[in-house]
Design a protein around this ligand. Sequence first.
Ligand SMILES: CC(C)(COP(=O)(O)OP(=O)(O)OC[C@H]1O[C@@H](n2cnc3c(N)ncnc32)[C@H](O)[C@@H]1OP(=O)(O)O)[C@@H](O)C(=O)NCCC(=O)NCCS
Length: 339
Amino acid sequence: MANLLQQIKDRAKAANKTIVLCEGEDERVVRAAAQVTKEGIAKIVLIGNEAECKKVVPDVDLTGITVVDPETSEKTAEYAKILYELRKSKGMTEEEALVQAKDRTMFGALMLKAGDVDGYVSGACHSTANTLRPGLQVIKTAPGTKLVSSCFLMIAPDGGNEFAPDGALVFGDCALSICPTAEELSDIAVSSAQTAKAIAGIEPRVAMLSFSTKGSGNDKKFYDTVTKVQEATALAKAKAPDMAIDGEFQFDAAIVPKVAAIKAKDSNVAGKANVFIFPDINAGNIGYKLVERLGGFMAVGPICQGFAKPLNDLSRGCCDADIVATVAITALQAAAQAE
Ligand SMILES: CC(C)(COP(=O)(O)OP(=O)(O)OC[C@H]1O[C@@H](n2cnc3c(N)ncnc32)[C@H](O)[C@@H]1OP(=O)(O)O)[C@@H](O)C(=O)NCCC(=O)NCCS
């Protein structure tokens, strides 16, 4: 299990990216910033001020970390101007832009927008909505996608098993998109496949999940439920014709070769899928927690995807190691986008 995470950190080191951590007031963030810097996983910009960081972690060594305070930074006025230009059509005034640019999460998103850092990590002490809204407002989506979504990297126990020969599976979207339309579901599929490749080095085979396999649930009563996944499958295939994407599948048809041979024998994905797209957040959130708790997989994420530049949200229950891993993942996303 640790092996894949170590590989991710090693690849992040080689990418040599700069990541902003927005919450210099949080002990776990300050400790993680010091660890990332010491291990050379990324260069860190920490938003806060030195006195505050020393107060929360008195023994911290801030050598090599750039600490920036939006209240005193010479960049704040420049970032406020960027924000004003982006949001004036929404009614934002220059005064409001200056106030908002001093907000630490917004300041971090504006740093990313300005190209002063390569990626953004926040959320140790802010809600998901407050962490991602600045990114949604100023970074926006990447070309080719209209949706910011998320996925979990599910790392298999003992380095892998018959269902996860690569050592990990990818599940999307279990945390962000509440009830995606067919169009949105197709974006989640393509983005999750890209994340699987960029972060875990997995060659993606994407299964669009349902309670139905290849039309088995095509009863009029369930029509909308099944057709949404069928439409999303067709749209995803059209958006990424070179990618192995298929559906709709029940989970067993997607992952068990013997079941696939009975239910979907002509598919290039059935029985060997490694990226699983759930039809909505209820199914996805329950699904990843079942695999985590009953299957002993380690759930890494949610990893945000679809942004024009990488932003990631931490859980408020995170520990130092989760923050370090998220910084490494964000650095790899930045490297993949730069390719
Ligand atoms: C993603 C989420 C944070 C967005 O928050 P929100 O309050 O809907 O954001 P807003 O409505 O203020 O939208 C801000 C902007 O982002 C855009 N936006 C919102 N969600 C988006 C998405 N998924 N993809 C792309 N753009 C999006 C909006 O269109 C809006 O753009 P505009 O201001 O330029 O017009 C929200 O959907 C959410 O809270 N999801 C559930 C997250 C959660 O709690 N998960 C459980 C924890 S694991």
